[in-house]
Design a protein around this ligand. Structure first.
Ligand code: HPA
Length: 243
């Protein structure tokens, strides 16, 4: 069953007929919200609001381990994370939809593994290609069917937040090879891999990263861009569900 982790701006899916609400509790603590099992376009899917419903959790306080665990417990067989991002590559302007193929993790202090020697014995996953290739291709094809042209590939830098970056930090991320920046892509992607759940991200560019565009980043502009992008992201998800 396809599971969607909705990011900022996507805390519910309009039109989703709720069949079941799974509990939040997991052996790793509480997920951000109940996992909703529902029907959309005659297909069953799962949905989880990453920041809680209503939205309350900043990126560094999200229990990513509980979230992925709860999705798997509810029957997820593949997971798409929706992530609002800033564009570092100047060609990735506000409004671009991107299916990244790589990431760099700059976060700290997050519970980032199940294999910590307490919950599960120590183990090392391969993470050469952090996103599932087949699910990425399915997302790109769904995007095309939805009348979008998502950008195939990008390097997602995950910062700690909740503040936005300095211009110098973004310049460093650009030198590192990052093309997008967000706060919630990790450890989500790695935890999905640890659970052997195919995972991909649909990144919505809602602003130019600090120092890339002109002037400072105005939250009112970000919110307007997010509202517009979410409608299009929902179209891509529906197309993916119907595939
Ligand atoms: N930086 C980090 N996270 C973000 C941004 C950004 O510019 N825009 C949306 N999420």
């Amino acid at each position: 069953m396809l599971a969607i982790i909705g990011g900022t701006g996507l805390s519910e899916i309009p039109g989703l007929e709720i069949l079941r609400r799974h509990g939040c509790e997991t052996p790793l603590g509480s997920a951000s919200a109940p996992v909703l099992q529902g029907r959309l376009q005659d297909r069953e899917m799962l949905f989880l609001a990453r920041h809680g419903q209503p939205r309350r959790l900043p990126p560094h306080r999200i229990n990513y381990r509980a979230n992925l665990w709860a999705l798997r417990q509810a029957g997820a067989s593949r997971v798409v994370g929706i992530n609002a991002v800033g564009g570092i590559d100047p060609t990735l302007r506000t409004g671009a939809l991107v299916v990244p193929d790589q990431l760099i993790d700059y976060t700290h202090g997050r519970e980032a593994t199940y294999f910590d020697g307490r919950f599960k014995p120590l183990a090392h996953i391969d993470f050469t290609h952090p996103y599932d290739a087949a699910l990425r291709q399915a997302l790109l094809a769904a995007g095309a069917r939805a009348g979008e042209s998502p950008v195939a590939g990008g390097v997602y830098a995950c910062t700690q937040g909740p503040r936005l970056e300095t211009a110098a930090e973004i310049a460093r991320l650009a030198r590192d090879g990052a093309t997008l920046v967000g706060m919630t892509g990790m450890p989500e992607a790695a935890l999905a891999r640890e659970l052997a759940l195919p995972y991909a991200s649909l990144a919505l560019v809602v602003n130019s990263a600090a120092g890339i565009g002109e002037g400072e980043i105005a939250m009112a502009d970000v919110e307007a861009a997010l509202e517009a992008a979410i409608v299009r992201a929902r179209g891509v998800i529906e197309a993916l569900l119907l595939a």
